[in-house]
Design a protein around this ligand. Structure first.
Ligand code: KIV
Length: 283
């Protein structure tokens, strides 16, 4: 049965941990869904993880829609979140709602996510009023890299208080969930205890209601040194590399393919073709 927004809130109330991972294409989404991941995030990390950009800023609505629709086609159970890309919701409330509407209509995603604090409360309220569930994102917000860098947030009282105020304002505006990225674990624990909406941590310690990681980081496929908070659960890079090297070797030495991996026809047909070719040569 499909995971719903209501069920995620219920999971928080019951103390059941929510498991979330990023996904960007159909076969991976199918794999994660079948493995029991509750929520798939089509993150704008698409930009740096899959499309080769240095950060998330160049990612467009059209690119996100292309990949999010592919993810939705691979999923039966997980709830799927569409990450609103840079400048798709910042300019005005109206533009934000139109873009969030496109995200839901054109992909079949169940929720949108946006980065930023209380100043986006009006945007969140307008989206929710239009029937679009919203996940907030606080702490390290990669779309603000040119202002805050890639540093943990909320280590000083003022910043920790700001994050608390932001979370409460976004919850009051109707947000259903919040991602807390790279905030001290004790702050994440405190926020988890005062908020009704589930908190999903990434580099925010063990006490959040759920966890999210970038898939390519946790399976060793990102081609970069993973951040401190990432655990590499399997080294897919080594597995794929081993398989591809073996393929190269077998093709070069004609060990692959054999006739076992090939299609057959009746020998009489080949005989006829050969005879015809011989006749053509004679003429
Ligand atoms: O884009 C993304 O993958 C994200 C996660 C890091 C939470 O926003």
């Amino acid at each position: 049965m499909k995971v719903t927004v209501g069920e995620l809130t219920e999971m928080k109330r019951n103390g059941d941990k929510i498991c979330m991972l990023t996904a960007y294409d159909t076969p991976t989404a199918r794999l994660l869904d079948e493995a029991g991941v509750d929520v798939l995030l089509v993150g704008d990390s698409l930009g740096n993880v899959v499309l080769g950009y240095k950060d998330t800023l160049p990612v467009t609505m059209d690119q996100m829609i292309h990949h999010a629709a592919a993810v939705v086609r691979g999923v039966e159970r997980a709830l799927v979140i569409f990450d609103m890309p840079f400048m798709s919701y910042q300019a005005s409330v109206e533009e934000a709602v139109r873009n969030a509407g496109r995200a839901i209509k054109e992909t079949g995603c169940n929720m949108v996510k946006l980065e930023g604090g209380g100043r986006f409360a009006d945007v969140v309220r307008a989206m929710v009023d239009s029937g679009i569930p919203v996940c907030a994102h606080l702490g390290l917000t990669p779309q603000s890299v040119n202002i805050i860098g890639y540093k943990a947030q909320g280590k000083q009282y003022e910043k920790a208080k700001e994050i608390e105020d932001d979370a409460l304002a976004l919850q009051a505006a109707g947000a259903s969930m919040v991602v807390l990225e790279c905030v001290p674990w004790m702050l994440a624990k405190h926020l988890t205890s005062i908020l009704e909406m589930p908190t999903i941590g990434i580099g925010a310690g063990p006490d959040c209601d759920g966890q999210v990681l970038v898939l390519h980081d946790m399976v060793g496929l990102s081609g970069r040194k993973p951040p401190k908070f990432v655990k590499t659960f399997v080294n897919a890079n080594a597995l794929i590399s081993k398989g591809v090297k073996q393929y190269v070797k077998e093709v070069k030495t004609s060990a692959y393919p054999t006739t076992e991996h090939s299609f057959t026809i009746q020998e009489s047909i080949v005989k006829r073709l050969k005879a015809a070719a011989k006749n053509r040569k004679k003429k």
